[in-house]
Design a protein around this ligand. Sequence first.
Ligand code: WAQ
Ligand code: MG
Length: 634
Amino acid sequence: MKLYSVKMRASKNNSHISGAEKIIGKPALAAAVTAMTKRALEHSLGEADFINLKIEAAAKEDITVLPALPVSSCKSDTVDGSIKVIEAKLRELDISDPQKIISLLQNCCHMRGAILYDIYTGTRMEPDPIRGVRVTYMDSCLDTQSIINKNHFYEALVLATKVAHAPGMVAELCISDDPNYTTGYLASLKHGYLRLAPVKKYGSSHGGRIFIFDSSKTSVGRLIDYLEKAKILVSGIDTSYFPKQSVTEYAQCSLAQLKKQQLYRTMTVIDTPQNKNITVQQKPLLLFSSNDYLDLANHPDVKQAAAAAALAWGAGTGGSRLTTGTNGLNTLLETKLAEFKGTEAALLFNTGYTANLGVISALADKDTVIFSDEYNHASIIDGCRLSKGTTVIYKHNDMADLEAKIKNTAFSKGIIVSDSVFSMDGDIVNLPAITALAKKYTLFTIIDEAHATGVIGQTGRGAVEYYGHTCHPDLIVGTLSKALGSEGGFVCGSRLIIDYLANKARSFIFSTSQNPAAIGAALKSLELITASCEPVRSLQHNVSYFKQALSGAGIKTTGETAVIPVIIGNEQTALQIAAELYAAGFMVSAIRYPTVPEKTARLRIALMSSHTEQELQNLAGSIKKAFLKHGLLS
Ligand code: WAQ
Ligand code: MG
């Protein structure tokens, strides 16, 4: 593989702040340049205003591989303790004036390079005493892609190994100029790389390097030539010396942090099937946080259909759809879903989450720009992240902002993606405006109807029906697991796009297909919804009734659908109110960051077709009571 040398030098106000070098293969080159640029711009000494990056091809035959110096450590109680060790070690190398060398290093002013000290004449020999001699063209054979920030030990060992092998070199002494880093080292072929701590006071920005050589063994010119030009790769670095954090410790710290921020989550075990009436540890509760909007998850006919499908087709399918996992149930449901949404074709996914992951990552390549609503569901966000495209986030349902961003972005392929009903705010996408913008600027449109299917539109068919069939997105993503009371995701669109997704969507291709019971249940739910719109109507009535009840109680909401948010703001208060409602017999979710923006913690009330007016009135009353108690209403 062809190798390249990369060098970075960065300064601020004409003063050097950072330098780094690598010798790496072509595939890692661009990433290394990015990492070095970042390092120069985010340096602890300040943001560089001048960055010099130099990239040169390095011929293999010009590179020498040296084994890393063996590493050992010596800890002392004080800086003086470390200095005593250094003195003794330098004497072992027949250096007669170690104090002089140490004090040269301790008293040098801030240099870019190192002092070159000749023990033969007892004088400094670097041509430029302000700059010093700077060692360059070196790296290790380790794959260090994961070391993004400066790793003092690793970089120093590479440098020290190169320096120790220089002609006439006797030893090297180093103090970091990083105020937070008090470990230094003494390096020589005889002693190896001896880490010493502390070599300076914590907080001091004094640092430097001194290369101790013997001019009776080499000319200064030859030595400097080697230090500045020889290309060295260091092999066999013992990575056990890298500072490590255990993953378990990391997880423990993260959890502690979540608890401190009131963002720690736990799971509630429900004793009963999904129904508006549930019990938790025998406590009866009225459920106001379920996505089973049409009460189909526990519907006798739906359960019966699930059982029948399992009996006829088995408990599992044993393969992905493209291998052995396609049966008549899958294809029938796809036909029915396409019919229901009014598209040419449909494709099933295992969940709504994996549908978004697969669809967006398959459709957006590196030349695609994805315009995504800031309140889109996590599965859309993750789909954008997984894709190679660029994501541009526009303000929530703000069509002027979306158009401005489209106009300001250069792209060849573009996608607009939005929730149809927003999962945490319960408002509805402006589909007419989105499809008009898509037409005007040649963009592809995707809407996610997870909370729209079975909820909006006269017969529950979603946003297209809600807007009177006046506008059509290119692709509809949906789920079987909310109003349809089963489990799984789906996508509806043109035959061509569905074919494309079946060939390209990795979450589709590499998942075992859904179990027959889930498909059987979804087929029955779809049949029930199509046969009678009574449950949809009842749900929609509950939405307007509950909104009225809330506004009658003086409580605002933006919800227009079965998801009704009541914004509280403070995370802790939201939790407390949810707990108070729980005590009063209502199960309502408190939704917090990162699901919603910080300081917009809320109650997320989810309505079902079976809630009665009295129940809705009771909940509104209890929320009012809690609001009064917490000073949120006067
Ligand atoms: N060539 C010569 N001198 C250099 C170079 C170079 N490429 N880079 C830095 N120096 C000089 C310069 O005077 C700096 O002020 C001084 O060395 C210290 O540089 O095992 O971080 O980059 O944990 O601050 C030691 C790690 C870390 C010990 C050393 O050096 C360990 C370090 P820094
Ligand atoms: Mg440095």
